[in-house]
Design a protein around this ligand. Structure first.
Ligand code: G4P
Length: 288
């Protein structure tokens, strides 16, 4: 079974994002620091085209910083501005405003030279579900919001939040699904809860997670569940070991459903440590 990647409401959301993009000077794309490449919308580059972008690696508190730093470099080498954020816990997201101003300084200088009256930078937040867009917007406006203003939008009246005198932010984030043809990316997006569990084959996601943990975090994984497994154990065998250890048999069989849910939940609550799912070296190997 494959994951249904692009439900109908996503197509509508994508259309809305395209409309809203016309209104802004700069886009803050939020990605999940645990998989910056998989949660980044490559399709966005085509849509955004000449708009400036800052990629925000949010949930930096949850990732393996050493691994994620490689992705920062990867994006920077491709001309992106990258900023780390922990929108849930941090109160200092103000650096991001500075980055936006820097990115747009030339454009605004050109406008000034042409005698165009100075105005605030218009920005919007965009990203796949659950990367923290709403949390980020709320944090950004928490202290700074002075007022909101209505400005005619394309599809409807848009609410603009004033972050400071220099920058406005569209109050609704743009929700997009990444464009991809790769099931592995889907499994990662499921693990970070970007794709809803009820449309996901969670058994495949859990088996993928076991493979990943076996390969990269074997000792933490094994010691967390206190199960007797080796790196050569089959994924299904490992799932059985977890089910056996933690749950009662159901009609004489292992409770796979419970084990699957447990594994995914334990990943989402960092029981195996701080993990980055996108592995830079793996991607390089795929490129060869
Ligand atoms: P979205 O708009 O992109 O869909 O995401 P949203 O802001 O709703 O955030 C999704 C979840 O991610 C929320 O958790 C939120 O608290 C959490 N989150 C956002 N930013 C960060 C961050 O930088 N670090 C961490 N650790 N978590 C973050 P939730 O469990 O759905 O809600 P709640 O119980 O935290 O309120």
């Amino acid at each position: 079974m494959t994951i249904q990647w692009f439900p109908g409401h996503m197509a509508k959301a994508t259309r809305e994002v395209k409309e809203n993009l016309k209104l802004v000077d700069i886009v803050f794309e939020l990605v999940d620091a645990r998989c910056p490449l998989s949660s980044h919308n490559m399709y966005l580059d085509e849509v955004v085209k000449d708009k400036k972008k800052v990629i925000i690696f949010n949930k930096i508190d949850l990732c393996d910083k050493k691994e994620t730093a490689k992705w920062k470099k990867y994006f920077e080498e491709r001309g992106y501005k990258v900023v780390y954020a922990d929108a849930k816990n941090s109160n200092s997201l103000n650096g991001i405003i500075g980055e936006a101003k820097e990115e747009l300084s030339e454009k605004f200088e050109r406008m000034k030279a042409k005698g165009i009256k100075p105005r605030a930078i218009r920005s919007m937040v965009i990203g796949v579900p659950n990367v923290g867009k709403s949390t980020f917007i709320n944090k950004m406006i928490k202290k700074n919001v002075a007022n909101t203003a209505n400005r005619p939008g394309v599809t409807k009246k848009q609410q603009w939040l004033k972050l400071n005198k220099d920058i406005d932010l569209l109050d609704t984030p743009g929700i997009l699904m990444p464009k991809f043809d790769n099931q592995e990316i889907g499994k990662k997006l499921s693990l970070i809860a970007s794709i809803k569990d009820d449309i996901t084959p969670l058994d495949e996601v859990a088996l993928y997670l076991i493979e990943f943990l076996k390969k990269y975090h074997f000792e933490d994984f094994k010691s967390f569940y206190k199960i007797d497994i080796s790196k050569d154990s089959e994924s299904l065998e490992i799932m059985q070991a977890i089910a056996k250890k933690r749950f009662k048999l159901i009609a004489g069989d292992y409770d796979y459903d419970a084990a699957i849910k447990l594994l995914i939940q334990d990943f989402r609550t960092q029981k195996f440590g701080l993990i980055t799912l996108d592995k830079y070296e793996d991607m390089l190997a795929h490129e060869d």
